[in-house]
Design a protein around this ligand. Sequence first.
Ligand SMILES: Nc1nc2c(c(=O)[nH]1)N[C@@H](CN(C=O)c1ccc(C(=O)N[C@@H](CCC(=O)O)C(=O)O)cc1)CN2
Length: 289
Amino acid sequence: MTAQILDGKATAAAIKSELTARVAALKERGVTPGLGTLLVGDDPGSRWYVNGKHRDCAQVGIASIQRELPDTATQEDIEAVVRELNENPECTGYIVQLPLPKGIDANRVLELMDPDKDADGLHPMSLGRLVLGIEGPLPCTPYGIIQLLRHHGVEIKGANVVVVGRGITIGRPMPLVLTRKSENATVTQCHTGTRDLSAHLRQADIIVAAAGVPHLIRPEDVKPGAAVLDVGVSRDEDGKIVGDVHPDVAEVAGWVAPNPGGVGPMTRAQLLVNVVEAAERAASAGSAA
Ligand SMILES: Nc1nc2c(c(=O)[nH]1)N[C@@H](CN(C=O)c1ccc(C(=O)N[C@@H](CCC(=O)O)C(=O)O)cc1)CN2
């Protein structure tokens, strides 16, 4: 078997084209959505992601507000920019690019953000809303994965999903999204404390690999026909991405999300969805008042 591709680039392009029309409609109502980003330090990967987010904004008509601080920035410097973005009327939604430099309390920064401007779905209030089933922004990578599976007709309802990893952007929120009534999957979360990872993986219909361990998932770990989404980002000595999934998995799986080209573009597309939805909510609240 050679797996079919879960094509993140093409799916993200379709989402962006639909968003372009929604942004135009908002502008006709006098609302211009604006995405703010705060980048702290000079990590080339983080800079690449942030620049990509602003390129996407330009494509769909969302305004860009870019803030940068050096890696010597203090907690107070960062919090001052967060307060400014909270108050800035041109910024309708924003993100703080993660990870923040060592010594910075990222949770304190996230808590200080205006939850109504949380474009990442990572504010404690947004995660709480997700747990309670209240409408709000969804974490970009987990919901991007759902959209990618849906777009390709991969059945999520009732599927056994194994999530490998428990980081803040993917592993932790992924099961919360998958177990909503609308998705209705059965989830097993695996991590470094899991005994016999392979036994869990072999019973999975869908695997989300977000451990950051190069080629952790091997063909013998995968049930024939399963969908395997590689979200791990490690780099080889030439700076090339090495994912969590061994390339030979494509010989066993039914579907694979390549890395790059799979989940990454969907993360960026979902960020735009969150910005547009927040602006739509604000516009409706404004017209109802
Ligand atoms: N505040 C946040 N920080 C981080 C998040 C996040 O969702 N919010 N996620 C990741 C990084 N990330 C977005 O910020 C991100 C990762 C990857 C991609 C992407 O398009 N990747 C490309 C390949 C890129 C390359 O060659 O390096 C792909 O997969 O095709 C976009 C966004 C951590 N931080």
